[in-house]
Every structure is written in structure tokens, then in C-alpha cells.
Design a protein around this ligand. Structure first.
Ligand SMILES: *Cc1c(COP(=O)(O)O)cnc(C)c1O
Length: 236
């Protein structure tokens, strides 16, 4: 079932890339396994998948331990509290959700203790929804310049979430805004900052995200099915 879903999804990614003249190798798929058990992750691993996204530190910790000897790339995609950074600093592959300097400082400090340089994305707030995290687009460059001064953190791109909506096209302005911002940041030529990743697009809007330049898409439902659990009521 999960293997089949992954196969179908890869086909859809391929088709969308073809339609808009992009190479499907340039779109990396993060399987969002939050709320799903380790058995589901195992199935995806068996189908050849290695990138997994989680958004609760405690849940990620448990899963990390279950697969400790496996080569999984773990992505932290949810809101990250500074006091939780220490739990994941040793192994997290990419943190998608840095939106303030103090969080960045904590990540750099903890990564230094682990002798690592942590790759992060800066989360951009692109909707009017008050509940979502992320830095305002106008403040992004200032924040990125500050983050670029930190010794054990490296900004590798931007992340955003589209609005709550059934219509994937409603996400297009958010995605375009972040793609434009990426170009603007590239022209700034900030030392130690690379704009390698644009993390945008979920199950309902990833095709639009690919059209707008996403290089990382974060997909849960289309791979693992609908989430019945809603941990802490904090989903999205
Ligand atoms: C849950 C989640 C996703 C995946 O959502 P689906 O609609 O299940 O694909 C992607 N990004 C973030 C930040 C999430 O929290």
C-alpha cells in the first residue's frame, strides 16, 4: 500500500516536472510520517525511501531510536521550541522551520557541542493566517543575514506553507512569493548562505509547488493515508 502510494506519487511528480520543463531529480520528496508508526516508516524504507519528516520532537526521538542504525535522513518540519533543540541536534538532517534568531543561536550552540554544522531552512509566513509560524517576507533578509553569522548553522533555503484551502491554486501566491524571495536573497550574495532548497507543497498542493520551483516537497497523506490521530491537537 505505502510502496504503491510512493510509486504513484513519484509518477505524479515526474508528470508535473515534465509539464513545466523541470527535472524530477531536482525535486526531493520528504515523506511526512508524523502520527504514523514505525512499521509504516519501515514499509517506505523497504520501498527505497530515505527522507522522512516529523514535527514533534518527542515522537521523532522515539522513531529515531527505533531506526538508529538505519541510514535515514530526518527532517524537522514543525515549529521547533528552543528548549527541544538539544534532543535532535546530534542527528537531524535538515530543520525546515527556523524563524527567529534565538532559535538559530540555540541550534548553532547545540550543533557546535555535537561537532556538526546544521543545515536549516528559514520558514516564511506567506498567508494572513495568524496561527502559522514563520518570519514575514519583508523581515527575511535581515534574519538570514543575522543567521549567516552563526558558526555552526548554515541557511540552505526557504520553507513555506500555503493557506488552508481545498483549491491548490490558492497556494500559488505563497509559493511564488517565496520563490521570488529566494532570487532576491541570491542577488544579495550573503556569505555562508546558499539558496539550495525551496521546501513547499503538501499532498493537496505539491503540483502547484513544483510549478513554482519547489525543490523539496513534504508529503504525508498521499503516502501514509489520512491521519486519524491529531497529537496534542497541534496539527498544522
Ligand atoms: C503534516 C505536514 C505536512 C504533510 O501534510 P499532508 O497534507 O499530509 O501531505 C507537510 N508540511 C508540514 C509542515 C506538516 O506539518
Amino acid at each position: 500500500m505505502i510502496a504503491e502510494n510512493l510509486k504513484n506519487l513519484r509518477k505524479r511528480i515526474e508528470q508535473t516536472c515534465q509539464k513545466c520543463g523541470r527535472r524530477s531529480e531536482d525535486v526531493r520528496l520528504v515523506a511526512v510520517s508524523k502520527t504514523f508508526p514505525v512499521e509504516a516508516i519501515q514499509e517506505a524504507i523497504d520501498a527505497g525511501h530515505i527522507d522522512f519528516g516529523e514535527n514533534y520532537v518527542q515522537e521523532l526521538q522515539e522513531k529515531y531510536k527505533a531506526f538508529a542504525e538505519r541510514i535515514i535522513h530526518w527532517h524537522f518540519i514543525g515549529h521547533l521550541q528552543s528548549n527541544k533543540v538539544k534532543y535532535i541536534a546530534e542527528y537531524i538532517n535538515l530543520i525546515h522551520s527556523v524563524d527567529d534568531l534565538n532559535l538559530g543561536k540555540e541550534i548553532s550552540k547545540r550543533s557546535e557541542q555535537c561537532n556538526r554544522i546544521q543545515d536549516v531552512l528559514v520558514e516564511i509566513h506567506t498567508t494572513d493566517e495568524a496561527t502559522k509560524f514563520g518570519v514575514q517576507p519583508e523581515q527575511a533578509i535581515t534574519l538570514i543575514k543575522e543567521l549567516s553569522q552563526l558558526s555552526h548553522l548554515r541557511v540552505c533555503g526557504l520553507m513555506t506553507m500555503g493557506p488552508f484551502s481545498d483549491n491548490p491554486n490558492d497556494s500559488r501566491p505563497s509559493f511564488r512569493c517565496v520563490a521570488d524571495l529566494k532570487k532576491q536573497i541570491e542577488t544579495e550574495g550573503i556569505v555562508n548562505v546558499r539558496m539550495h532548497y525551496l521546501s513547499m507543497g503538501m499532498t493537496h498542493d505539491f503540483e502547484v509547488a513544483i510549478e513554482e520551483g519547489a525543490t523539496l516537497i513534504r508529503i504525508g497523506t498521499a503516502i501514509f493515508g489520512r491521519r486519524t490521530k491529531n497529537l496534542n491537537g497541534k496539527e498544522r
